[in-house]
Design a protein around this ligand. Structure first.
Ligand code: HEC
Ligand code: HEC
Length: 314
């Protein structure tokens, strides 16, 4: 029985993969999104291109999708936002230009093809069958919406020094950029983050004592090292003497995110993204962060000239 299973499975998958979506087909069950949020007209058209070009021979975009092909399957789950638009542009034009060992085919024709906006109404109907119900009025506004979205996409590409004349590629990129992560991936990410956070807490607690010891003993090596790194990465926003600028004064007793040694390390490690303080965890090692923290703590009460007004709490 086992002997039989493998060959018949192979035969079946070869048969199935021999089936191609006909050109201009609008059937695309296999890439139906999980969510009920509506795609932009540009992305909706991009999804059509994705299916028409048989990208689905090698890719799937949602978990639970059963590969219909003997080709190697590369998951595109969560690919939205992973790369910039110009990365996708270059990847589709010449995959090896951005992914050196890629054996993905190039799609030069899509860079010349003009989108057929007459299809939009049909595409919305198809989407409706998969649970993405577009309001009836969308039919009237579809083409205008598509054009506005494509114009914005072209302008974004232009800021990345890429000139596109309104080809199908902008739509395909819009589709790729909105593919969400799978629920499994979201769960895995949150587990990874919890693990990272726990490790960080353990590490910062260990380093905290060392930092204070170095600050109190005025350990020159640590403080100078910290100051050197501070000067290269941080002084641009926090001032040459940590007096503040774009970012807060780090020498006073007032803190927006807590002034304990562990708080300062945490802010440097994870940042306050929405306020313009980036996370340094991929750029600095924990030891370097400890050294900068020691330097910052050592500047406390140094009263530098041009100090920024206090921010936060004592
Ligand atoms: C013959 C199989 C094949 C086909 C057909 C194919 N790809 Fe790929 N694709 C690959 C392989 C292999 C990779 C991994 C190597 C690379 O990054 O190029 C890949 C990678 C990608 C990635 C990057 C994934 C990541 O997370 O790094 C994107 C996006 C992508 N393909 C989009 C497309 C689109 C859009 C189409 C259709 C226009 C397409 N592919 C058609 C094989 C294929
Ligand atoms: C692009 C500007 C910028 C750079 C570069 C920058 N910061 Fe910041 N930083 C900020 C801003 C803005 C805040 C305020 C965040 C807030 O409002 O909570 C901040 C907050 C902080 C805080 C918390 C201050 C408080 O009051 O809670 C610390 C500590 C800090 N930065 C350290 C650093 C260190 C160390 C570096 C270099 C490795 C650095 N920053 C690089 C902009 C920057």
């Amino acid at each position: 029985m086992k002997k039989f299973l493998i060959p018949s499975f192979l035969l079946l998958s070869v048969l199935i993969s021999a089936y191609r979506f006909p050109q201009k087909s609008v059937a695309m069950e296999s890439v139906a999104p999980d969510s009920d949020t509506l795609m932009s007209m540009l992305a909706l058209y991009g999804q059509y291109v994705f299916v028409r070009e048989n990208c689905v021979n090698c890719h799937y975009t949602e978990s639970g999708h059963v590969p219909f092909s003997y080709m190697p399957q590369v998951s595109l789950e969560g690919v939205g936002g992973r790369y910039t638009d110009d990365w996708h542009y270059n990847h589709l034009l010449d995959p090896q230009s951005v992914s050196p060992y890629s054996n993905m085919p190039a799609y030069p024709d899509l860079f010349k093809a003009k989108p057929d906006t007459d299809l939009l109404v049909k595409l919305m109907e198809e989407a409706g069958k998969r649970g993405m119900k577009y309001p009836k009025e969308s039919e009237k506004t579809a083409v205008a919406e598509f054009q506005a979205q494509q114009k914005a996409a072209m302008e974004r590409l232009q800021t990345l020094k890429i000139k596109d004349k309104g080809s199908e590629i902008t739509a395909l990129i819009a589709f790729l950029q909105q593919i969400p992560p799978s629920p499994l991936q979201i769960k895995m990410d949150s587990i990874a983050k919890a693990k990272e956070d726990a490790e960080w807490v353990a590490l910062s607690q260990t380093l905290e004592k060392d930092i204070m010891r170095n600050v109190l003993s005025k350990n020159k090596d640590t403080l100078m090292m910290g100051q050197t790194i501070y000067t290269s990465y941080c002084s641009i926003c926090h001032g040459a003497e940590a007096e503040g600028g774009i970012g807060p004064n780090l020498t006073d007793e007032y803190w927006l995110n807590g002034g304990k040694v562990a708080d300062i390390m945490r802010t440097i490690q994870y940042g306050v993204a929405e306020k313009g303080m980036i996370s340094w965890k991929t750029m600095l090692t924990p030891i370097e962060i400890a050294q900068i923290t020691a330097y910052i703590v050592s500047t406390n009460g140094s009263n530098p000239p041009n100090a920024k007004e206090p921010q936060g709490e004592k």
